[in-house]
Structures are given as structure tokens and as C-alpha cells.
Design a protein around this ligand. Structure first.
Ligand code: SF4
Ligand code: SF4
Length: 335
């Protein structure tokens, strides 16, 4: 990792971190997400294309592969993709809603996966309501327990909305504490991953109403950290971005060290949460091409970058900050 980080710090971008939305199909329909309504319009890479993409990523320096979606376990070739990434020496992360973990538990091994993030947005009532899915909480919590038992790294990812009450989070944190699992709290962000955007996000009303303002989010986070210091994810690095007022003001570096891939194999510039341009081609040519250079100058400066607190953009940006890198490495223990 370190030579890549140094290179990127010195102005030569390296896609150390890949955020791959492997499919936009999903077995949930969360209030803060536009993916399920758009999934039918999206093609997916074939298995051969997907494996070739992984090989190309390895060639240009990717060391951390983060498979997300939609729901990545819906891809029939998902384990094959994870195996190829491992055989290329990558650290493999997965973001999942957890519904398909129990069914696939025999395939979830330490050899295949390094770290899984399971989404749980509060106590049972709140989670099932936000996810529009009865039984989602029980399935996700069971998934956490099963993954932990298999010895794979695991963390709960919690999207906080305006509706989230402290006691709803406390119930989740209490349970997570009981089984020694950390919880990462994130404000719901107005992401629009399914279409090219240039201006401010056009949000539907339900989505807009769910967004929490950052001072309220920080107050809630502080309160939770006070009561559950060991369970709430280490915030030192992410806190810097919150305090600054977002990635736009902090200085987004997402394109210097990360590459975002869409389900159809196109590269998403400048990031996955807000694609301004999506480009297909040999990844080396795309990542170092003219369009990429143009987008690198625009990263963090689009209208949609205002108030961006995306963890997907924050993580790569913070990798380039040595203090934050150390804190993240200690926190996750995986690298
Ligand atoms: S937030 Fe995740 S689990 Fe929920 S609908 Fe969107 S992709 Fe599916
Ligand atoms: S600030 Fe960075 S991560 Fe956020 S939307 Fe803009 S380019 Fe993407």
C-alpha cells in the first residue's frame, strides 16, 4: 500500500482502492436509496468481463477491492469474483444488507473475504421501516453473528437520518456491544449513483425528508460515543471532514487514489456516489486518460459536492492523510 500512497501524495494517481457496484439489483427498497427504481435500466458485466476487470485493476495497482451494490450476493458469480480478487493479492471488503448471508454462509470464509460491512440502521422497528422490509433487522443481526463466528472481519454500518432517535441507536449499540462488534455511523447522503449528474441532486421528497443536517448528526454521534466509546467506530479521521463542513471544503482526493466501477463495467468519474461521466475502456487508458485528468481537476468542485460527507469519498481522501491512515488501520486491524 505504502508506495502507492506515496506516489499519489506526490501527484501520480494510483487506484489503490476500488469501489465496485457489482449490480444494482437489490432485495431491499430503502427510503434513502434510488438504486432499486433504476436497476432495470442497468446491464451487468458477464463473468468473463468481471474477471478481466479484476485482472486489469491488479495491473494498475489496486490493493483494496470493495464490492458493493445493490446487493452483491445477488450476483451468481460473486464468489468467483472475490476469489479472483484474492488471487490477485487484494484485500476484499464487502458491503451487504445481510439478507443473503445465512443462505451463503458456507461460502463465506476468511480465505475469501477480509471484511464485511452489514447495514443496520437502528433498532428493529426503525431498521425494518427504513428498509421497507419486515425481518430485515433480525436477518442482518444474524448475519453479523454468523460472519463473526467464521472469523471474517465485520462491522455494522448505520445510516443516520433525521428520523433516527438516540434510543433507537442505543438499542442497536447495546446489542452490538454484547457481541463485540463495532458500529460505523454515517449521515444519509443525497447520492445519485445511477445516472450522470452535473448539477445539484434532484431528490425525491421522501429521500430529501430523510436527510439529517450535519450539526445534528455530530451531536448525535458525540452522545453515542460518550455512552459506547468502544462500540462506536473510531471517528477521529472522519470527524475532521465533518468539522470542515464536508469533502468539498476538506479537499476531495477521491480520484487520486480510488476508482469507481459501475455494474456495466464503466468507470465512474469523479466518484461512485455522483457520476458526472461514465467511461468504458481499458482501465489503464481510462484511469490515466484525458477525461480522467479533466475530472481530477473537478473532483470536489461540482455543485453536488457541496455538503458531501460520503464515506466512499472520505475513505480514499483520508488514506492520503497519514494521521488518518494510521487511525483507520488500527481501528480495522486488517491492514
Ligand atoms: S441502500 Fe443498499 S440495501 Fe438499501 S435499497 Fe439501496 S442498495 Fe439496496
Ligand atoms: S466531494 Fe468527492 S466524493 Fe463527494 S461527490 Fe464530490 S467528488 Fe464525489
Amino acid at each position: 500500500m505504502l508506495p502507492g500512497i506515496l506516489k499519489a501524495k506526490l501527484g501520480k494517481p494510483v487506484p489503490l482502492f476500488c469501489q465496485w457496484e457489482t449490480t444494482f439489483r437489490c432485495n431491499m427498497n430503502c427510503v434513502f436509496c434510488s438504486i432499486p427504481q433504476n436497476s432495470a435500466k442497468w446491464a451487468e458485466t458477464t463473468t468473463a468481463e468481471a474477471l478481466d476487470i479484476i485482472d486489469q485493476l491488479a495491473e494498475i495497482g489496486t490493493k483494496i477491492m470493495n464490492f458493493s451494490g445493490g446487493e452483491p450476493f445477488l450476483r451468481k458469480d460473486f464468489f468467483e469474483m472475490a476469489d479472483r480478487a484474492k488471487s490477485q493479492g487484494m484485500i476484499v471488503f464487502v458491503n451487504t444488507n445481510g439478507l443473503l448471508v445465512e443462505k451463503n454462509i458456507s461460502e463465506i470464509t476468511r480465505e475469501r473475504f477480509d471484511f464485511m460491512r452489514i447495514s443496520i440502521d437502528g433498532n428493529k422497528e426503525l431498521h425494518d421501516r427504513l428498509r421497507k422490509c419486515d425481518g430485515a433487522f433480525d436477518a442482518a443481526f444474524k448475519a453479523v453473528e454468523l460472519i463473526k463466528k467464521k472469523g471474517v472481519g465485520c462491522m455494522i454500518n448505520t445510516v443516520v437520518t433525521k428520523d433516527t432517535k438516540p434510543w433507537e441507536l442505543s438499542e442497536l449499540l447495546e446489542r452490538a456491544k454484547g457481541i463485540g462488534i463495532k458500529v460505523s455511523l454515517t449521515p444519509a447522503v443525497p447520492f445519485q449513483p445511477c445516472k450522470e449528474n452535473k448539477g445539484k441532486p434532484e431528490l425525491d421528497k421522501e429521500f430529501e425528508n430523510a436527510l439529517i443536517d450535519v450539526p445534528s448528526f455530530m451531536a448525535l454521534l458525540n452522545e453515542m460515543k460518550k455512552h459506547y466509546p468502544e462500540t462506536v467506530d473510531d471517528l477521529k479521521s472522519y470527524w475532521k471532514i465533518l468539522e470542515k463542513g464536508g469533502l468539498e471544503k476538506f479537499g476531495c482526493r477521491v480520484m487520486d487514489i480510488a476508482i469507481g466501477i459501475k455494474p456495466d463495467g464503466r468507470v465512474s468519474f469523479p466518484c461512485t456516489v455522483f457520476p458526472a461521466k461514465m467511461v468504458k475502456g481499458r482501465l489503464k487508458d481510462v484511469f490515466y486518460g484525458e477525461e480522467a485528468e479533466r475530472q481530477r481537476r473537478l473532483q470536489g468542485k461540482y455543485a453536488f459536492c457541496q455538503n458531501c460527507f460520503s464515506r466512499c469519498g472520505s475513505f480514499p481522501t483520508l488514506i492520503l492523510d497519514f494521521g488518518s491512515l494510521f487511525s483507520m488501520a488500527r481501528n480495522w486491524g486488517g491492514f
